[in-house]
Design a protein around this ligand. Sequence first.
Ligand code: FES
Ligand SMILES: [Fe+2]
Length: 435
Amino acid sequence: MTAAVDVRALVRPDRVHHRVYTDPAVFELEIKRLFERTWIYAGHESELPEPGDYIRRTVGRRDIIVARTDSGGLAAFGNRCAHRGAAMVGVARGHVRNFECPYHGWAYGRDGKLVGVPLAGGYPPDFDLEDRRWSLAAVAAVASYRGFIFVRVAGEGPPLATYLGPVADALDNMVDRAPGGRLIQAGGRFRQVYNGNWKLILENSLDLLHPPYVHRSSYPTAAAWEADNPGKPVDQLVQQIKANNISMRQWDELGVFGLPFGHAYMGGFYKDSKIGAERTDAPYLAYKAALIARHGSAKAEAILALDRFNTVIYPNVVLNVHFLQLRFAHPVAVDRTVLETYCFKMEGAPEAMHRASVRCLTALNAPSSMIAQDDHAVFAQTQRGVANVGADGWVDFSRGAGAEGADAGRRKGIGTSELPFRNQFQAWLGYLAAE
Ligand code: FES
Ligand SMILES: [Fe+2]
């Protein structure tokens, strides 16, 4: 069925055919040729600090275990016993001495290698524990970039650092912000489902044309908070929500940037008049002092100067470096996506800094938040609308197409340019068209 899809016919430089959002055959191809063939974020090293700790993730259609081995490294394998195929673990995260199959008790080491079978004498004489066919099947590659773990389920490809390329600076910056040099995933996590295609969240995260419309209801709430709290310092979260009401000219000044492999980011608005002055509250000043103590003043200032809102690591991660927030999307069906969202605690920073990250996570992305729910509602509405045409319906991405520039090897557009989506679909076609 999937072989019949001519993906090249679905993508033009400035528009895509609606089937990329609606056709289950296209979706199957995305799973095989994109999600199971490139680097996909699997989790953070702080989720599995000790040998024997593991996390379980779905990548494409594959149920994967990433484990901390006895030597402190990482191993990743399918959640499937080599005997008769039972799933080895049933929870999202845990700790084992060995992985023991719940069905007939075959035991595997933390690196996935078979170490023991009950009643071994009943198997054929040439049954050999050392034979790799009896190991839990390793995925093609697992690697960590500064604590962020990615896996490639199958196929060949560039090393992780090459794949990330210039977008790695967002991960670097998140880690460098920690005075102790390390991030710890903490503060809970949200898992939500929206009724729309997985690509909608990637597009939305870099879409500066939508906030004044989709998030129209949020800024009066933030303004009301300010009115109700005269004289109280307005924190960055309130400022950020109020910023949904900035002018189109101000949105355009932020800029959007396209990178190789479909990665992209938007400029930031933390430092100038769009969102208020830099923070001067006591926890922030204590944090900044700790960062200066570690790096010296010049480097600390440079770290804090990276002024950026969302960064997208293609195909499914959205980062906010300021609030140490990470979201990732898992495609379930052509019109259904699971979104997982959490934030990180900076080692060596005052507890109040982490509370601010959790507050931002909750206010912007919780199931009852002012922002994410409006986005998810518009995803469902878009999903209903895109296919509501004759056979030849197209979705337009032409805004800003004639006014693209380049900046240090990055495609650059004005804030409301649809450049990130053109850039994403160029990468998408590269994956989907590859046999
Ligand atoms: S299926 Fe795992 S031991 Fe039999
Ligand atoms: Fe939004």
